[in-house]
Ligand binder design. Structure first.
Ligand SMILES: [Mn+2]
Length: 358
């Protein structure tokens, strides 16, 4: 008993000085025991949005924004923003990616402050969740128009969009907006599929065609495009010849098996140079053992470790936008596909140009 009494002043000191507890509460449920939580710990003397820590606020409480960040309506004042694009109307097989953004946000409550790489995004940038594009689920062309117009406004502010998909169709209107601001961009495209189809069932806009449309419109700097993880059965003996003819580098999944992708990313960084780069990561690049919740799975894919190596290998590049697409929650009752997606999105945030590293 005497020992406990002697410890009390010490505990109070730790609360004040180690946990940065101040009088600024964050609303209902912010007092746990005698400890008042604050969403804004003092970091580097700057005030950025800092998600509440699960040390003070229960993970499962609150409205599910990405990484439990504050929500705001527009990208004004932000260095980077998470945006959801909940569509699955471009998909060719299993649907369900319209639920992707919500499930990724729900699983993102496990995210903390720092990456294992030492990256400290909440100390480096103002980041928020700006909600979802108000998509049209009955008209894919109109959905693309709405996405393009929304992203125009986002990139006009200088904010870097980090997109929660949604099927891969969305990369096309996003890249229209991004290229309008930055000119033709380099592309790191991680996927089981090339997504360079032309016309499917009479439609030019589907989740299998975005990058052909992008090439046709001059949105890509084709010598600075790499496609990683491509695999599966093909319609022709060399399914990726069109990509190579455009000048893309194609890295098939077979070339990634049994390997660290750190050396590959050294080459990719050299290929990308200093110009603007967009990162588009289709969760089906990963093996369906790790990410079964997706619409067009292919066996023998990348591991989550290789996914991290690719994203972490983007550090130093002039990234102007990123997306994580094709998460279809109904096909993964465990939630692990969305959990993986949430972590990959966090790692993308961690390699944006402004993110500092310890
Ligand atoms: Mn894809």
């Amino acid at each position: 008993m005497r020992l406990i009494c002697e410890l009390r002043p010490c505990v109070a000191f730790m609360r004040r000085h180690l946990f940065g507890v101040s009088g600024n509460g964050i609303g209902i449920g912010n007092v746990i025991g005698n400890v008042k939580a604050t969403p804004k710990r003092l970091m580097s003397g700057k005030t950025y949005n800092v998600p509440p820590s699960s040390e003070f606020v229960a993970r499962v409480s609150g409205i599910a924004t990405m990484a439990k960040l504050p929500y705001q309506d527009t990208a004004e004042g932000l260095d980077a923003a998470f945006i959801g694009v909940p569509i699955d109307t471009g998909t060719s097989n299993r649907p369900g990616t319209r639920f992707g953004p919500r499930q990724i946000r729900a699983e993102s409550v496990m995210l903390r402050s720092y990456s294992a790489t030492g990256a400290a995004p909440w100390e480096s940038m103002m980041v928020a969740d700006i909600g979802d594009v108000n998509v049209n689920l009955y008209d894919l062309k109109d959905a693309c128009k709405r996405i393009r117009e929304t992203y125009r406004k986002v990139v006009a502010t200088g904010c870097i969009p980090l997109t929660l998909g949604g099927d891969h169709t969305i990369a096309y209107p996003i890249l229209q907006a991004v290229a309008e601001r930055h000119g033709p961009v380099g592309l790191i495209h991680v996927d089981a599929h090339a997504d360079t189809g032309d016309v499917t069932l009479g439609s030019k806009i589907t989740h299998g065609t975005p990058f052909r449309r992008c090439v046709e419109e001059g949105l890509l700097d084709c010598k600075r495009v790499v496609q990683i993880g491509l695999r599966g059965t093909g319609y022709t003996p060399d399914a990726y010849s069109w990509s190579r003819e455009q000048g893309f580098r194609v890295v098939r999944a077979e070339e990634c098996w049994y390997k660290s992708l750190v050396p590959l990313m050294t080459e990719v960084r050299a290929q990308m140079g200093k110009g603007p780069v967009y990162l588009s990561f289709d969760i089906d690049a990963l093996d369906p053992a790790y990410a079964p919740g997706t619409g067009t799975p292919e066996i023998a894919g990348l591991t989550p470790m290789q996914g991290l190596e690719i994203i972490r290998g983007c550090r130093g590049l002039n990234l102007v936008g990123c997306d994580l697409v094709e998460v279809s929650p109904p096909y993964d009752t465990t939630g692990n596909t969305a959990l993986t997606a949430a972590n990959l999105l966090f790692e993308m945030l961690c390699v944006l140009p402004k993110t500092k590293h310890y």
